[in-house]
Design a protein around this ligand. Structure first.
Ligand code: TYC
Length: 124
């Protein structure tokens, strides 16, 4: 038996759960056409933020923004200075797993270089 799924909202002529069984049942050459709801839930998004501190060198923060957030030198400088002046700033917006990975990468990199730089994520 062949199953054909049609991804559409309204297909009134198709068999559904309330449709009585047809005489003869399934057999060779019988196709069952069922409806499938389009499942298009958009994923939640998360901001990845850098926090200011008094010790991490500015050039290190710029490097982090270039390396892990694909910023060019000017963008990285602008974000770094924003964090320096305001205490916190956005590096990017990602789905949960990507945001989590960025945070881990930045925290591991900062620790490896013995800087106290903090990176966090927050739901939008
Ligand atoms: N405040 C740091 C300094 O003066 C620079 C800095 C910027 C640190 C951004 C962290 O997320 C940060 N060296």
């Amino acid at each position: 038996m062949m199953h054909i799924s049609i991804s559409t909202f309204q297909a009134p002529a198709l068999a559904g759960p309330d449709t009585p069984p047809r005489r003869g049942g399934d057999g060779p050459g019988t196709a069952v056409i069922s409806r499938t709801k389009p499942q298009t839930k958009r994923p939640s998004l998360y901001r990845v933020l850098l926090l200011n501190d008094d010790y991490t060198p500015m050039e290190f923060v710029v490097h982090v923004l270039e390396r892990f957030f694909n910023k060019d030198r000017d963008q990285a400088n602008t974000i770094m200075l924003h964090v320096h002046n305001h205490g916190v700033g956005e590096c990017g917006v990602f789905t949960y797993e990507v945001a989590e990975t960025k945070v881990t990468q930045v925290m591991d990199f900062a620790r490896k270089h013995q800087h106290p730089l903090q990176c966090v994520m927050e739901k939008k």
